[in-house]
Design a protein around this ligand. Sequence first.
Ligand SMILES: Cc1cc2nc3c(=O)[nH]c(=O)nc-3n(C[C@H](O)[C@H](O)[C@H](O)COP(=O)(O)OP(=O)(O)OC[C@H]3O[C@@H](n4cnc5c(N)ncnc54)[C@H](O)[C@@H]3O)c2cc1C
Length: 273
Amino acid sequence: MNVSETIGTTTQTSRRTVKAVLGCGEHDRLSASFLTGLRCSHRWSCVPDGVFSRVRASLQRKQPRFNFSQQFIPAGYKELSIPANPLGTGKDRWRLDPNALHLWPRGQFMMIAQPNHDGSFSCTLFMPFSREHSPTGSFDMLKTEVDVLSFFKDQFSDAIPLLPTLLKDWFARPVSPLCTVRCSPFNYGGAALLIGDAAHAIVPFYGQGCNAAFEDCVLLDELWKEHDGSTDAIFRAFSAQRKPHVDAIGELAVEHYHVSCNPITAIFLAVHK
Ligand SMILES: Cc1cc2nc3c(=O)[nH]c(=O)nc-3n(C[C@H](O)[C@H](O)[C@H](O)COP(=O)(O)OP(=O)(O)OC[C@H]3O[C@@H](n4cnc5c(N)ncnc54)[C@H](O)[C@@H]3O)c2cc1C
């Protein structure tokens, strides 16, 4: 919040940007066009537009020697819901222990459930898209209601009573991909700076994606004071200092996926936590 106030970033929640155009030449600027027809251009911008960042795509075209890689893992994810217990009061509103991360490790795939304040759990199934990566369970093997139910009976039978809307959720919700994004530099001179997932998306298995984005804000705040508001110096220093740290956490996150899926190492992980 402090950084956002200091550097004057704007939050656009109701207007989706359709185009981000980086200007060239003496008056380099980031211009944004909105679906509403509004266009705007700022002297400089910090851009947190997520893993499939449009501004990063503009940087790829405009920035000479811009490094970029996007590495998908074989697994994707589907979100399912464990609702609150409508008859429960106090701690009984949660159908599982609300002070724990619940993990169903199954080798090549796993399901997790995380508690919400209202008594429900957000449940996520991480699993390879294709059976070639996981013959015992993959999204492409589960096409019909019978497929899904028999898979859950085999693999997660204890979770079935917790998932009353399993079939509805399964067919209504997409399977989303997971990838690690690496790029450098994060800045376009002093005109634009990518932050958060736009600069360094990581797979979620270390639970550090949000933290990495918050760390960006802390560093930006420090550099802002140190360089007295010169965005050229701030953005360059940010890019150089942040890169090794986000690369390291990105690698750990992919390694941790394999550890979490393994039923043996998952037990040690749970005990350790
Ligand atoms: C399944 C899953 C589980 C996760 N679990 C965890 C966890 O337990 N802990 C953790 O720390 N992290 C977790 N993460 C990672 C975390 O969600 C991200 O690291 C974090 O949300 C990154 O924040 P961000 O603001 O950079 O990007 P986002 O949260 O993706 O925000 C980007 C915003 O930009 C907007 N946007 C995109 N394009 C445009 C456009 N063209 N115009 C206008 N707006 C646009 C989007 O609508 C969105 O609001 C998880 C991720 C996934 C996929």
